[in-house]
Design a protein around this ligand. Sequence first.
Ligand code: PBG
Length: 338
Amino acid sequence: MKNRDFSLLLRPRRLRRSKAIRQLVAETSLDPGQFVLPVFVTEGHAQREPISTMPGQFRYSIDELLKLALEARDLGVRSFALFPQIEENKKDSFAKESTNPDGLLQRAVKELKNKLPDSCIITDVAMDPYSSDGHDGVVVKNQLGQSTNYLIDNDATLEILGAMALVQARAGADFVAPSDMMDGRVGHIRKILDADGFTDVGIISYAAKYASSFYGPFRDALGSAPKEGDKKTYQMDYRNQREALHEVRLDVAEGADIIMVKPALAYLDVISRVAANSPVPVAAYNVSGEYSMLKLAAQNGLIDESAGMLEILTAIARAGAKIIFTYHALEAARLLRR
Ligand code: PBG
């Protein structure tokens, strides 16, 4: 067909003409090997308790976790971030249960490593699942006249985090992942691990973790919501970007092997800026609220779930995250296979 004369020399649509061409020029691709599947672990046997606020996600007893991990491996997902649901009567203000060598998380790590030695197991270092206060650090309350001053003691928390990380390393974790946002925790944990000979256990630092409303379903899944106050004195203010670079620099200097930005979707600018500046691999956490938003929108017929999922995950990768923590990991891996 002869063209009308629009004098258009440049026609970007040429590169979108066919699927083959689009694949040729695509700048971003996803691979199941870059996903980390977060898994909630609970006591008992043959348990797969549905989490009502996270359709498609469950709390798994250890035996069921092993089955899930095998299924994941067959889909090319080999990395897992484990989060234990601790019984209420085992919680206290110092998170003592977190350093129990036979605690739920430690048993889960051991059995998983046993069954799947080639998997990558990441454990969360923070007090909240074990804390009767529902905070990531030690709460200090001062009664000042009428009002209660609600503080988190940074350095007292470091001691607990160090002990927690060590117990997790002894159980067989490949990476410990401090998600607590206390100052100096990466350096402290590195020192403790090295002193005990765990020089090969890595640290994935939740370096730029924001105080976010998108953690709601996660706290629901673990029953770990703060009993009082919020997390704004330790997690970052979402108005800030420069501060993320500062946190990343500190964590890298303290020995972080991988750094993370969290949440992901409303923070793509932060991921992008951090990726441009970080000397170590960058991870992003596609958190519970982000997951559930898509699930509920899809259930209500508003968004095509598969397409939306791949679009979201690709956007996080495009922003610069090499590693993506996502509850969509298995479904996305299945889609990528096709
Ligand atoms: C706990 C922790 C949280 C998440 C991961 N580790 C919750 C919080 O900080 O309150 C959230 C993950 C998610 O929402 O999927 N330190």
